[in-house]
Design a protein around this ligand. Structure first.
Ligand SMILES: NC(=O)c1ccc[n+]([C@@H]2O[C@H](COP(=O)([O-])OP(=O)(O)OC[C@H]3O[C@@H](n4cnc5c(N)ncnc54)[C@H](OP(=O)(O)O)[C@@H]3O)[C@@H](O)[C@H]2O)c1
Length: 303
């Protein structure tokens, strides 16, 4: 049994699709709300919350391989529950910032999870992705409502990765030999700036979407409301304020592990353009205005 956590998320949903398509399994997807989850046919749904260790016991029953997204709950408890359930192999999503910005709080947390996993006695594979293409979803409400995007560091190019490529690497690590005890730094195929990302979204929409550069202070004020001041600073550092050669480096790990080239940002946009559609004043009722920069609501970009 393979248990995919974060199964309704960017990576987890793509991973369940990949595992299902290649006939791996049996498969189980973990969500906090089974009623909202829509998994491929034959995939077991397990309702559990990382914050409620008792709920993890049935979720982990019979599981031999675990896909774990970090920092969604008390990782030490989750790893402990996995070890007690006799899980043999854990594929962990950590972050490139463990390597590029080890002094930042979220990176320190990820390093601590990596160490716990390595010391757990279970076999491990660690994925350290760079910032996700899906972070652009944070601009969706702004594009729908105001038809514009306001970003700091608009012309800093980062090797943004399509979450489906992280899923593809995870699928290989979970189903093929030779990936235990390995740590993979994962990036997209080329660097892309925020301005270029907005341009790609505008091209897919077939209309102009102005990209307005704002200062760090303004971005920080806005992001702090969602993330808190420290996490906002961390996200701003890793998305332009404090970049370094390691963060900028394009790596070919995705193609080395999967045999397929890493997907472009344009491909991600083509697959998700509906999120950005809608006319001024007619934003989707469920949309939430999120910080005009990169990251997930969990602050993953600074991870
Ligand atoms: N975004 C970035 O640029 C970036 C960069 C590097 C690393 N990362 C890392 O990538 C991971 C995030 O991956 P993603 O984008 O695929 O995630 P995502 O789309 O934000 O989805 C997170 C999933 O976690 C589940 N979840 C949240 N809290 C939970 C809890 N308490 N118990 C159980 N499940 C919970 C949610 O499922 P339900 O709502 O269905 O329960 C959700 O589907 C994180 O580990 C982050 O640190 C992100």
């Amino acid at each position: 049994m393979i248990l995919v956590t974060g199964a309704t998320g960017n990576i987890g949903s793509a991973l369940l699709g990949e595992l299902h398509a290649c006939g791996a399994g049996p498969l189980r997807g973990l969500t906090r709300d089974a009623a909202r989850a829509s998994f491929p046919e034959g995939v077991e749904v397990s309702e559990a919350d990382f914050g409620d260790v008792a709920s993890l016991e049935p979720a982990l029953d019979g599981v031999r391989s675990l896909f774990l997204v970090s920092r969604m709950g008390p990782d030490a408890d989750v790893l402990d529950a996995a070890r007690q359930a006799d899980v043999e192999h854990v594929v962990l999503v950590s972050s490139i910032t463990v390597r590029t910005h080890p002094h930042l709080g979220p990176a320190r947390e990820n390093l601590a999870v990596e160490r716990l996993l390595k010391d757990s006695g279970m076999a491990w594979t660690i994925l350290r992705p760079t910032q996700f293409a899906s972070n652009a979803l944070w601009w969706a409400a702004s594009i729908r409502r105001h038809q514009t995007v306001r970003v700091p560091y608009a012309d800093t190019g980062l090797p943004t990765i399509h979450p489906a490529d992280i899923a593809a690497v995870a699928r290989v690590a979970l189903t093929e030999p030779g990936h235990q005890g390995r740590t993979y730094a994962l990036t997209g195929p080329r660097r892309v700036t925020a301005r270029q990302q907005v341009g790609a979204i505008a091209a897919a929409l077939g209309r102009d979407v102005p990209c307005v550069e704002i200062g760090r202070d303004e971005a920080h004020r806005h992001m702090s409301a969602f993330l808190g001041a420290e996490a906002a600073d961390a996200v701003l550092d890793v998305t332009g304020g404090d970049v370094n050669d390691e963060l900028l480096r394009v790596r070919d790990t995705v193609s080395q592990v999967t045999g397929s080239p890493a997907r472009s940002f344009q491909q991600w946009v083509a697959e998700h353009v509906t999120h950005f559609r809608g006319s001024f004043g007619h934003a989707m009722a469920s949309s939430t205005e999120l910080p005009p920069t990169t990251g997930t609501p969990s602050g993953g970009a600074a991870g």
